[in-house]
Design a protein around this ligand. Structure first.
Ligand code: DGT
Ligand code: CA
Ligand code: CA
Ligand code: ZN
Length: 584
C-alpha cells in the first residue's frame, strides 16, 4: 500500500474530476471534486488521520460522497470508484492530458471523434490535417498541438530537482544507516545541483556489494526492479524516477565518486589532463600509463579532493563540474568561494492569501522566523494579474499598513512591504511611481504577452529596469521547467542594463522555475550584477525552496557577496534606504 499523504488524497480527487470531465459528467459534480481537493490541501489539521477515522463530518466543501471516498482511500490506499473510472479509458489518453494547452474537453473530442488515444496517433492525425478539420480545432490549434508534442518529448523522462529531493535524501539516509555501508553519496546531476535530473546515481562503498544491491532492490516505494546484479542495481520508484546503485570497494570510492558525478564533459577534460601527466584516470584508479617513468610515485588517494590535488588543481566543487571554465580557474587558484546554505539571511518575493498565496501574512512571517530568517519581504501580485487575484492600489496600501503593524510584533524579524508588479506589454508598470514609492522594494515581472519578439521583450524589460523604484527583476524568462519554454529575451542586454541601473536580478528558486538559469550567473556576477534568491513562496512550505536556490546559485559561481539576501538585517535596512543608483 502506498503511503497515504495529504497530497495523495488531494491529487486523487483532482484526477477524479479530470476523469469525470473526460466522461462529460455534470459540471457541478466535477467542481465538487476540485473543491474537495483544494479543501484537503489547505485543511488546517491532520486530514489524513481524520479520513482514516472516518471523521470528516462538518468540514466545509467535503460532502457525503467525498467523505466516504476519502475514508476508503485513506484506510486502504485504493479507491474502487477511481479505478473503475480509470478503466473506462485507454491508458494513452492520460498522456494526451499532459500536453500543454490540451484540456479534457479537447482530449474527449479527439478520442470520440477520431479515436485518438496516444501521442503517436495524435501526431499522425495533426500531420495529416484531420485534427484541423475537426469542429473547435482548426489549423492553428493543430500547429499548437504539434509544438506541444515536441516539447513533451524533449522534456519527458526528466524530473525537477525539488521534486526528487525527498526520495533522494530518504534513500541516501537508508543506505548510510545500513551496517555494511562505509560511505554513500548521490552522484550525477543531482550532486552537481542541476535544476532537473534524468535519474539518480547512488554510490556505496562496501565490502558486501551483493547485500547492498539486494537491499536496494527491496526499498520501499519501488515500483519495479529494472536490474539487480552483484555490484549494480536499478529500480524505478512510484514517481517514475529511475535510481541506479553502484556498490564499490573503499579503495575505488574517490575515483567512482568523481567519475559518476560527472559531468561527462568535465570527466573528459580531467582525463585528458591526466594523460598529459602520463597518468590514466578512470572510475577505478589514477595510475601511471603503461611504461611511464614518473619522478614521484602516485600517492595513495582516499578522497576525491586528492585527485584534483594530484593533478595540480584546486578542488572543484561538484556544482562547477560542467567544463565551463572551472579548470582554468582551478589551475590559477581562482575558483570562487561559493555561497553556503547558512549565509542566507532573508528573502523577498513571497505571496500571501491577499493574492494567490495559501498562507496568511502572519503565517508566512511565523514560518520565516522559524526558519531563522532575519527579514522577509512580501510581494503579492498587482491588479493586472487578475487571474492571481492581484491587488489594486487600495488593497495594496491596506496591506502595507498591515505589514507595518505586524512588524512591531516581531523582535528579530524585519518585514518588508513590496509588490510583484506586472510589467505591462509596453514596459510600463501596473502601479504609478507615487504608489511604488510607498513600498520598501519592488519586484517587476512579466505575466502576460509572452509571445513578443525578442527585441520587443528585451526593450520591455529594460524599460522596467530603468524605473528607479524597481528593485529587482522577477523570473527573467518566465520558463516553467519541463512545461513551458522561456520567452525570448536577450540575456546579455538585460545583464548589462541591470549592471547600469543597479537592478538586482532574481534567482527565482521555486522548484519549477530556477530562473534566471544557472548558466548566466557567472557573467552577471562579473558585470557586478547582484542576485536575490527568492522562493516565490505561495505557502509556508514554499520557503523551503531557498535551499535549492542556494544549490543553483552555487552552480552559477555565486559567492556570498553577490547575493543581496546574504546581507545582515542592519545592512539590508541600509541598502533598501539607499537610492537605487547609489547601491553597491
Ligand atoms: P542526468 O542523469 O541526465 O540528469 O545526468 P547525469 O550527469 O547524472 O548523467 P548519467 O546519470 O547518465 O551519468 C552519471 C555520470 O556518469 C555522468 O555525469 C558522467 C558519468 N558518465 C556516464 N557516461 C559516461 C561516459 O560515456 N563517459 C564519461 N566520461 N563519463 C560518463
Ligand atoms: Ca543521473
Ligand atoms: Ca544514471
Ligand atoms: Zn510571478
Amino acid at each position: 500500500m502506498p503511503e497515504v499523504t495529504r497530497d495523495l488524497l488531494a491529487d486523487l480527487l483532482d484526477e477524479i474530476a479530470l476523469l469525470l470531465e473526460l466522461k462529460g459528467e455534470n459540471p457541478f459534480k466535477i467542481r465538487a471534486y476540485r473543491n474537495g481537493a483544494e479543501v484537503v490541501r489547505s485543511f488546517d489539521g491532520d486530514i489524513v488521520q481524520r479520513a482514516k477515522d472516518d471523521d470528516l463530518k462538518g468540514i466545509k466543501g467535503i460532502g457525503d460522497a467525498l467523505q466516504q471516498k476519502l475514508h476508503e482511500l485513506a484506510s486502504t490506499g485504493l479507491l474502487e470508484f477511481h479505478q473503475n473510472l480509470k478503466d473506462e479509458f485507454p491508458e494513452g489518453l492520460f498522456e494526451l492530458l499532459e500536453l500543454q494547452g490540451l484540456g479534457p474537453k479537447k482530449v474527449k473530442a479527439l478520442y470520440e471523434e477520431l479515436a485518438i488515444a496516444s501521442l503517436g496517433a495524435l501526431r499522425r492525425a495533426c500531420e495529416a490535417g484531420t485534427v484541423g478539420a475537426l469542429a473547435g480545432f482548426g489549423k492553428k490549434s493543430e500547429e499548437k498541438i504539434l509544438t506541444a508534442i515536441d516539447a513533451h518529448e524533449r522534456f519527458s523522462g526528466r524530473f525537477l530537482l525539488a521534486a526528487v529531493a525527498p526520495d533522494a535524501e530518504r534513500i541516501l539516509h537508508l543506505l548510510r544507516q545500513h551496517p555494511a555501508v562505509n560511505r554513500a553519496e548521490i552522484a550525477g546531476s543531482y550532486r552537481r545541483g542541476k535544476e532537473t535530473v534524468h535519474d539518480l546515481d547512488f554510490l556505496v562503498a562496501t565490502k558486501e556489494p551483493a547485500t547492498l544491491t539486494e537491499f536496494f532492490a527491496r526499498l520501499e516505494g519501488t515500483q519495479e526492479v529494472l536490474a539487480q546484479g552483484s555490484t549494480k542495481a536499478a529500480i524505478r520508484l512510484q514517481s517514475g524516477l529511475q535510481c541506479d546503485l553502484r556498490a564499490i570497494s573503499n579503495a575505488e570510492w574517490p575515483f567512482a565518486l568523481m567519475y559518476f558525478t560527472g559531468s561527462k564533459d568535465h570527466n573528459v577534460e580531467l582525463r585528458s589532463r591526466a594523460l598529459k601527466q602520463k597518468l590514466t584516470l578512470n572510475e577505478y584508479h589514477l595510475a601511471p600509463v603503461e611504461g611511464a617513468e614518473l619522478e614521484d610515485p602516485t600517492p595513495k588517494i582516499k578522497e576525491e579532493s586528492e585527485i584534483y590535488a594530484e593533478m595540480g588543481l584546486q578542488y572543484i566543487e561538484p556544482a562547477l563540474r560542467e567544463n565551463r571554465g572551472e579548470f582554468k580557474a582551478a589551475e590559477e587558484g581562482a575558483l570562487p568561494r561559493l555561497v553556503e546554505q547558512d549565509n542566507l539571511r532573508g528573502t523577498f518575493h513571497n505571496h500571501t492569501t491577499a493574492s494567490d498565496g495559501r498562507a496568511t501574512l502572519e503565517e508566512m512571517a511565523n514560518a520565516a522566523q522559524e526558519l531563522g530568517l532575519a527579514y522577509l519581504g512580501i510581494s503579492d501580485h498587482s491588479k493586472s494579474s487578475f487571474q492571481a487575484n492581484g491587488l489594486d492600489e487600495e488593497r495594496l496600501l491596506a496591506q502595507v499598513k498591515a505589514i507595518r503593524t505586524l512588524e512591531t510584533k516581531f523582535d528579530d524579524l524585519d518585514l518588508y512591504a513590496g509588490n510583484e508588479v506586472d510589467i505591462l506589454r509596453d514596459g510600463s508598470l501596473d502601479f504609478d511611481d507615487g504608489i511604488l514609492a510607498q513600498l520598501d522594494y519592488v519586484v517587476a515581472s512579466v505575466h502576460a504577452s509572452f509571445g513578443l519578439p525578442e527585441k520587443e521583450m528585451t526593450a520591455r524589460l529594460i524599460k522596467a529596469m530603468e524605473n528607479p523604484h524597481v528593485t529587482m527583476l522577477g523570473h527573467l524568462t518566465g520558463r516553467l521547467l519541463l512545461r513551458r519554454d522561456p520567452y525570448l529575451v536577450n540575456h546579455e542586454k538585460i545583464i548589462d542594463c541591470a549592471a547600469e541601473t543597479k537592478t538586482v536580478i532574481e534567482l527565482n528558486c521555486s522548484g519549477k522555475r530556477m530562473d534566471m538559469d544557472w548558466s548566466w550567473w557567472r557573467r552577471a556576477r562579473d558585470r557586478g550584477v547582484k542576485c536575490s534568491i527568492n522562493p516565490d513562496a505561495h505557502n509556508v512550505e514554499g520557503l523551503q525552496n531557498l535551499h535549492f536556490g542556494i544549490r543553483v546559485a552555487r552552480k552559477g559561481w555565486l559567492r556570498r557577496e553577490d547575493i543581496v539576501n546574504c546581507l545582515s538585517a542592519v545592512e539590508m535596512r541600509n541598502w533598501l534606504q539607499t537610492p537605487k543608483g547609489q547601491r553597491d
